[in-house]
Design a protein around this ligand. Structure first.
Ligand code: IPM
Ligand code: MN
Length: 375
């Protein structure tokens, strides 16, 4: 069995952490010996964009379609205006491959310092299922200035309809962004979360929204959640508003088992999730299309400040590789990799600066490989 993996190292620290991830994955492949991983690199990112003016050429998308999975580093570069690479590459791939789940385990491994007083690895261990293709991420919106007559009319009518205000649009400018939740989109994400809870033997699923204020879109989300919940009577359910759950993640992380959330709240709570599991250096994520091609990445950004310094923590990328193996159906390999990472963390001898050590990126990768070889 050979798995074809597209590798997109990307920008900043992306190439360094992905290099370690590939190194570790090759070592797992050797240790297990029942499958092959074939990696092909794709150059998307700031350099490629600045050289060619392209983000991802159309014909490349069909090449990526032939792959079994995508392994991505990070995107973003100070030479390119913010959002261009993130939207043109990362979000483009999530949407193109309809990766409608962003799965983010929040797991504090023994040996990793946690910023929450009195909490340890028994207290922080849950999954966030983030819907990944809807909400405010669909890019629907606009910006209206009082210059052209058409814009003037749109602005006036939006304000009039909503606030019954007659505004002087010559002096005003407005921007609007529309978040869309569809019944089908909410349903597939919520169902995935229930199935995950069932599969992992979890007893509770928490749904996040802000249906008290943004009642059009999140009202639908809540309605769909209740309907899907009927199919899973064995799983306890609850609703939490986004503002409340960020507080409870800090106060009682041990309460959470599986959390399902619309896209943007999911973006926000998973950075909080990352910090309570020891930081972005150890937080992986998977952009999953259960019926198609999924993409695995550390959830951290490109951290340009640390690029090329061999300082960044590669464990988030390595753990993203672990999620990729699991998704490919190689559970034994995934478990082995996770154990190797857990051993390195528990020992605490080889760690990067973010975990209080001074090991290099490559030393951490090597330490994980060594654990694998000892088996
Ligand atoms: C993430 C990132 C992305 C997001 C950005 C880079 C577009 O923050 O993966 O969480 O907002 O989804
Ligand atoms: Mn984010």
């Amino acid at each position: 069995m050979t798995y074809e993996i597209a590798v997109i190292p990307g920008d900043g620290i992306g190439p360094e952490v992905i290099r370690e991830g590939v190194k570790v994955l090759k070592s797992v492949e050797d240790t297990i010996g029942t499958f092959d991983l074939s990696f092909e690199k794709f150059p998307y990112g700031a350099d490629y964009y600045l050289e060619t003016g392209e983000l991802i050429p159309k014909q490349d998308l069909s090449e990526l379609e032939e792959k079994d999975a995508i392994y991505l580093g990070a995107l973003g570069d100070p030479r390119v205006p913010t959002g261009v690479l993130e939207q043109g590459i990362l979000l483009n791939l999530r949407f193109y491959f309809d990766q409608y789940i962003n799965l983010r385990p929040v797991k504090l491994y023994p040996g990793v310092p946690c910023p929450l007083a009195g909490k340890d690895s028994n207290d922080v261990n849950f999954h966030v299922v983030r819907e990944n293709t809807e909400d405010f991420y669909i890019g629907l919106g606009g910006r209206v200035k009082g210059r052209s007559r058409k814009n003037l009319e749109i602005t006036r009518s939006l304000y009039k309809a909503k606030f019954d205000l007659d505004i002087d649009v010559d002096r005003d400018e407005l921007a609007y962004q529309i978040g869309v939740i569809s019944r089908g989109g909410a349903k597939r994400a919520i169902r995935f979360a229930f199935e995950l809870a069932k599969e992992k033997g979890k007893k509770r699923l928490t749904s996040v929204d802000k249906a008290n204020v943004l009642s059009h879109s999140y009202g639908l989300w809540r309605e769909v959640f209740k309907q899907v919940a009927d199919d899973y009577p064995e799983i306890e359910t609850e609703f939490s508003f986004i503002d409340a759950i960020v507080m409870w993640f800090v106060k009682n992380p041990e309460w959470y088992e599986v959390v399902v959330t619309p896209n943007m709240f999911g973006d926000i709570v998973t950075d909080l999730g990352a910090i309570i599991q020891g930081g972005l250096g150890v937080a992986p994520g998977g952009n999953i299309n259960p019926e198609g091609i999924s993409m695995f990445e550390p959830i951290h950004g490109s951290a340009p400040k640390y690029a090329g310094k061999d300082k960044a923590n590669p464990l988030a990328a390595i753990l993203a590789g672990q999620m990729m193996l699991e998704d490919l159906g190689e559970q034994k390999a995934a478990d082995l990799l996770e154990q190797a990472v857990a051993e390195v963390l528990a020992e605490g001898k080889t760690k990067t600066y973010d975990l209080g050590g001074n090991s290099s990126t490559s030393e951490v990768g090597d330490a994980v490989v060594k654990k694998l070889e000892e088996r």
